[in-house]
Design a binder for this molecule. Structure first.
Ligand code: HJL
Ligand code: ZN
Length: 185
């Protein structure tokens, strides 16, 4: 995303900047997103952010069930950017800055009970064929609990495709409380 022109004619960053190495701040913002998601027994409440790691700017925010249909947090981030560029979802990688990273409160899914395309595949396809762009790093807050699909192999598959996966510690308890708020206790 470029710089926004303000009335005084000076280009300014479009938002207060966050240090791109401040992973805790981004994870907290992802958790804020998760809290926007409606509690339901049938999935987790997850929040996600796409960030340009070059300048720290937030490219998109998303949460589970934010967009129409059975949408995941990571999927919502990608769809929003695709829509803003009038591109079909599968081509969103073409407009992502080269150093785009994903923050998500929960490990991206590799299998969906609904049969929808898993977020791992949506992430992988942003990297194109052997190119250098797209999402090359994923920061996650917790591994997916074995509630719906047994062990999620999301992290393993991302790593197989050369995407670095980094755990941001310290938010596990809050993330899981928010994620399971609609589940029967
Ligand atoms: C992640 C989300 C979300 C999940 N995981 N990373 N982000 N809802 O926004 C993972 C869980 C699936 C179930 C049900 N949840 O969501 O495994 O109905 O929600 O396709 O497998 O599948 P559907
Ligand atoms: Zn998903």
């Amino acid at each position: 995303m470029g710089l926004t022109e303000f009335n005084d004619g000076n280009p300014r960053p479009p938002q207060p900047s966050i240090d791109p190495t401040d992973h805790e701040t981004y994870m907290r913002l992802a958790l804020d997103q998760a809290q926007e998601s409606p509690p339901k027994p049938s999935n987790f409440r997850v929040g996600a952010l796409l960030v340009n790691a070059e300048d720290g700017s937030i490219l998109a925010r998303g949460y589970t069930l934010e967009l129409p249909g059975n949408t995941h947090a990571e999927q919502c981030c990608l769809i929003k950017i695709a829509q803003a560029h009038e591109l079909p979802d599968e081509r969103v990688g073409e407009v992502l800055p080269g150093n785009t990273v994903l923050y998500t409160t929960m490990e991206p899914c590799n299998l969906r009970l609904s049969g929808n395309l898993p977020c791992v595949d949506r992430i992988i396809r942003t990297t194109g064929k052997g190119g250098k762009g797209g999402i090359r790093k994923v920061y996650l807050g917790v591994k997916e609990p074995e509630v719906f699909v047994g062990e999620n192999k999301g992290r393993t598959k991302l790593e197989e495709y050369g995407i670095e996966v980094i755990h941001v510690p310290g938010f596990e308890e809050d993330i899981l409380r928010v994620a399971t708020a609609g589940h029967e206790k």
